[in-house]
Design a protein around this ligand. Structure first.
Ligand code: ACM
Length: 263
């Protein structure tokens, strides 16, 4: 299965430009599953509810969602991407999953980071796993990484590949995801953005790049630098995530001692 990550710098507030950039980036490549960064069609550092209202969209049905559906059909592949979602209740920092046949599902970020709490509602859909036949795909977003429960929940629900659209500003996540992958025996794809946003006189946010794909054995099978703007692809076997045996006597999930965990 060909997994692709496009690490890039979205332009704040210009959905059309960002979608065109994505469309252009995939022109000459083939993939089965492409993972894009968090809020990759809008940019990250919002200043007001009016800005979020103007740039968010319904999922499915919104501008970027539809264009990603069209792109997935054209490339005959699946795409997971971070999008600002508008709903009747308010706004969510969401991730969409689309495929050759159209819209599949979405995830609404459960653990909001810092100022996201001013603009978005906390996710209310749980951690979803989608079966796309080649693999079972789990969705989480960026700061969810610091709660090991996110990756664990997706793994317990049967995900082979955890897709993590990200706009990381702290420096620990990439290292931490090696542990998340090993402790759950899943692939983890972190699709991060690059560049800086310093909007409305606020302190700059420096996004850390270094997108990566970690195997169920903790190996980095794809990596990026802090500044590369590129699409990269690696061939993986999702079935590697099915083997949860650590030794002949230790099965990762069967050996859990839930009765002793304070949840
Ligand atoms: C983050 O969750 N975007 C840091």
């Amino acid at each position: 299965m060909k997994l692709a990550v496009y690490q890039f710098e979205p332009l704040f507030g210009d959905i059309e430009a960002n979608v065109q950039k994505i469309e252009h980036a995939v022109n000459s490549v083939e993939f089965d599953l492409l993972i894009l960064p968090e809020l990759c069609t809008t940019g990250y550092q919002f200043n007001s509810h009016e800005e979020v209202a103007g740039l968010s969209e319904t999922i499915p049905g919104g501008l970027a969602s539809k264009r990603l559906e069209t792109l997935a059909a054209r490339k005959n592949g699946f795409i997971a991407a971070g999008i600002a979602e508008k709903s009747e209740k308010g706004f969510y920092n969401s991730a969409i999953l689309v495929g050759p046949e159209g819209y599949i599902g979405k995830y609404r970020k459960i653990h909001l980071f810092d100022e996201e709490k001013l603009f978005f509602l906390p996710g209310n859909l749980g951690f979803p796993v989608f079966d796309i036949e080649q693999a079972r795909i789990g969705l989480m977003i960026c700061f969810d990484w610091i709660f090991p429960e996110a990756a664990r929940t997706l793994a317990l629900k049967g995900a082979d590949i955890l897709c993590q659209p990200a706009n990381l500003v702290l420096s620990y996540c990439q290292q931490a995801m090696v542990t998340r992958a090993v402790e759950n025996r899943t692939f983890i794809v972190t699709a991060n953005r690059i560049g800086t946003e310093a909007r409305g006189g606020k302190p700059p946010l420096n996004f850390t790049g270094m997108s990566q794909i970690i195997s169920p054995k903790g190996e980095k099978v794809l990596g990026f630098s802090e500044t590369e703007e590129k699409i990269k692809i690696v061939d993986i076997n999702p079935e590697d995530a099915h083997d949860k045996w650590i030794t002949p006597r230790n099965q990762l999930f069967k050996d859990r001692r839930g009765e002793f965990y304070e949840l």
